[in-house]
Design a protein around this ligand. Structure first.
Ligand SMILES: *[C@@H]1O[C@H](CO)[C@@H](O)[C@H](O)[C@H]1NC(C)=O
Ligand SMILES: *[C@@H]1O[C@H](CO)[C@@H](O)[C@H](O)[C@H]1NC(C)=O
Ligand SMILES: *[C@@H]1O[C@H](CO)[C@@H](O)[C@H](O)[C@H]1NC(C)=O
Ligand SMILES: *[C@@H]1O[C@H](CO)[C@@H](O)[C@H](O)[C@H]1NC(C)=O
Ligand SMILES: *[C@@H]1O[C@H](CO)[C@@H](O)[C@H](O)[C@H]1NC(C)=O
Ligand SMILES: *[C@@H]1O[C@H](CO)[C@@H](O)[C@H](O)[C@H]1NC(C)=O
Ligand SMILES: *[C@@H]1O[C@H](CO)[C@@H](O)[C@H](O)[C@H]1NC(C)=O
Ligand SMILES: *[C@@H]1O[C@H](CO)[C@@H](O)[C@H](O)[C@H]1NC(C)=O
Ligand SMILES: *[C@@H]1O[C@H](CO)[C@@H](O)[C@H](O)[C@H]1NC(C)=O
Ligand SMILES: *[C@@H]1O[C@H](CO)[C@@H](O)[C@H](O)[C@H]1NC(C)=O
Ligand SMILES: *[C@@H]1O[C@H](CO)[C@@H](O)[C@H](O)[C@H]1NC(C)=O
Length: 418
């Protein structure tokens, strides 16, 4: 009905609507009934924005449509079960399929070029025909679907603006081995818990987020220009053995099983360096052997018995290293601090004091070493323990858990909107 009136209106104001219906143009139309779908399907070439929505639609058969100059959005229906766009080769704008609870199949078997493709909140969607493979897209988002493979999305191009694959619980393999550069962001988050990721050809990405992954090969990654987040993963070991630079913040947290990490070539972090809540990460002796510059703050907290940054020569923000392992010695960092390599206003390095006897309680023991100041050489010795150090650690812990909450919320946003 609405379609009728919009087309009538379009004709009335002189927009082209060819009599033979081989091409149709309008500024926008909203389709809520089967007749509207039929009328639209009489147009192989369409110029205009299309919305398809509502609970009066079943199969959406648009199998005669070949090209759309504009955007098409199919959304919010609990009755649409299938979408057939099997002749559609090119969309100048976006193709968005969102919030269709009963949708189980989409046929895009001719799709070659699309600006933005979003398949979001489609809990029954398990079958996608995308035979040819998309050769050009600037942004693809695949979130909360029942798909089990990414085949067709990602095999044919080697660069993309942004790719966001999250909360697809049946995707356990993400093979992006052709991908060479990501100019905006790559997010691979909360798919199957056993998800393995191959980005072995990826050279740089602007922003990179890796979450809930069980294995990753990023052997060619040399640069993350913006933010790099690695969190909630299930891998035991991970290496980024060619990564030289993170341009923004680098965060590595809540990777509960990891006990062996290696960032052998990482030299520079342009933002903050945060590492926390990795509950099994005890040995960090040679994890960042080349790290020399951190332009933001350093905040590393955990259960590690050793952690060295042998090449560190510059930290511009606050510096916090806190461990619960009494074997840890702050001597190296204290030395760097006295040499003014760590410039930030607040310097804290702390570990529990070694208990002298077996009966000695660890709880309540002060910091092994702590100092606050800027460029001063008043670092306390490793035996020093001030009464304020307990408070200090508490404060930092509070800060860490506040950050924790923040990240959890961000995780929630991923679930809902990304
Ligand atoms: C989705 O559709 C339902 C019923 O058709 C309607 O009540 C609701 O407002 C719609 N939601 C959105 C976000 O459009
Ligand atoms: C998705 O995974 C669940 C549980 O592993 C399984 O029961 C279901 O059949 C899978 N769905 C598809 C479409 O593969
Ligand atoms: C990287 O992400 C930040 C926000 O986290 C955003 O402002 C920036 O534009 C992204 N970089 C690119 C190149 O998209
Ligand atoms: C992941 O793999 C483990 C062991 O192979 C298995 O026990 C577990 O059920 C798997 N989890 C999922 C979500 O498939
Ligand atoms: C990562 O992938 C590259 C290219 O396929 C391969 O040569 C290398 O052995 C892989 N590394 C690991 C640790 O599997
Ligand atoms: C890694 O990058 C180099 C060039 O930077 C290239 O020669 C090599 O083939 C790439 N390796 C993989 C596994 O992609
Ligand atoms: C990201 O860094 C790489 C390597 O330094 C560089 O070649 C690329 O142009 C940078 N990308 C952006 C968007 O700045
Ligand atoms: C511990 O780290 C230091 C400094 O990086 C290095 O010299 C030493 O060889 C490492 N020890 C072991 C056992 O890896
Ligand atoms: C580092 O500390 C861990 C935990 O205390 C310990 O198991 C490991 O042997 C230490 N490694 C080195 C090289 O000292
Ligand atoms: C240093 O820490 C103190 C207390 O912990 C805080 O009040 C102050 O703002 C911090 N300074 C900077 C520059 O962050
Ligand atoms: C870090 O661990 C603390 C204590 O277990 C927890 O409360 C917090 O939510 C965790 N933060 C993140 C980001 O996982």
């Amino acid at each position: 009905m609405k379609f009728h009136s919009v087309l009538a209106g379009a004709s009335a104001i002189g927009l082209a609507f060819a009599a033979d219906s081989s091409s149709c143009s309008f500024s926008s139309t909203t389709i809520t009934a089967a007749t509207g779908v039929e009328q639209l399907n009489a147009c192989p070439t369409i110029a205009g924005d299309i919305e398809v929505t509502g609970d009066q639609l079943g199969n959406v058969d648009l199998s005669s449509v070949e090209e759309i100059s504009g955007n098409i959005k199919l959304f919010n229906s609990s009755s649409v079960t299938a979408i057939n766009l099997n002749q559609l080769g090119k969309i100048s704008g976006s193709l968005s399929i969102t919030a269709l609870t009963q949708l189980f199949s989409v046929d895009l078997s001719s799709l070659d070029e699309v600006e933005t493709l979003s398949l979001v909140s489609l809990p029954s969607f398990a079958t996608l025909n995308i035979n040819k493979g998309i050769s050009k897209a600037s942004s693809i988002e695949l979130s909360d679907t029942a798909l089990s493979t990414l085949n067709g999305f990602t095999t044919t191009f080697n660069t993309i603006g942004s790719l966001n694959v999250n909360n697809n619980k049946n995707i356990s393999t993400i093979d992006l081995s052709n991908l060479n550069t990501v100019s905006q962001g790559l997010i691979l988050s909360f798919n199957n818990d056993n998800c393995t990721v191959d980005i072995s050809n990826l050279n740089w990405a602007s922003n990179l987020t890796i979450q809930d992954v069980s294995e990753i090969n990023a052997s060619n990654l040399t640069s993350v220009n913006g933010t790099f987040n690695i969190a909630y993963n299930t891998f035991k070991e991970v290496e980024f053995d060619n990564l030289k630079e993170v341009g923004g913040a680098f965060q590595f947290y809540a990777n509960d099983d990891v006990n062996d990490i290696a960032f052998d070539k990482l030299e520079t972090i342009g933002g903050e360096f945060r590492l926390f809540n990795n509950t099994d990460l005890q040995d960090m002796n040679s994890t960042f052997p080349k790290l020399s510059k951190v332009k933001g703050a350093v905040n590393v907290q955990g259960v590690f018995g050793n952690f060295t940054l042998p090449d560190l020569s510059e930290v511009n923000g606050d510096f916090t290293v806190i461990t619960t392992d009494e074997d840890f010695s702050c001597d190296d960092f204290d030395n760097l601090h006295s040499k003014s390599s760590i410039e930030g206003h607040n310097y804290t390095c702390s570990a529990p004091t070694k208990s002298s006897s077996q009966s000695g309680s660890k709880t309540g023991s002060g910091s092994g070493s702590k100092s606050t100041g800027s460029g001063s050489s008043d670092s306390s010795s490793s035996s020093g323990s001030s009464s304020s150090s307990g408070k200090k650690s508490e404060g930092n812990n509070l800060r860490a858990s506040y950050i924790g909450v923040l990240f959890t919320v961000i995780g929630g946003i991923f679930v809902i909107t990304l």
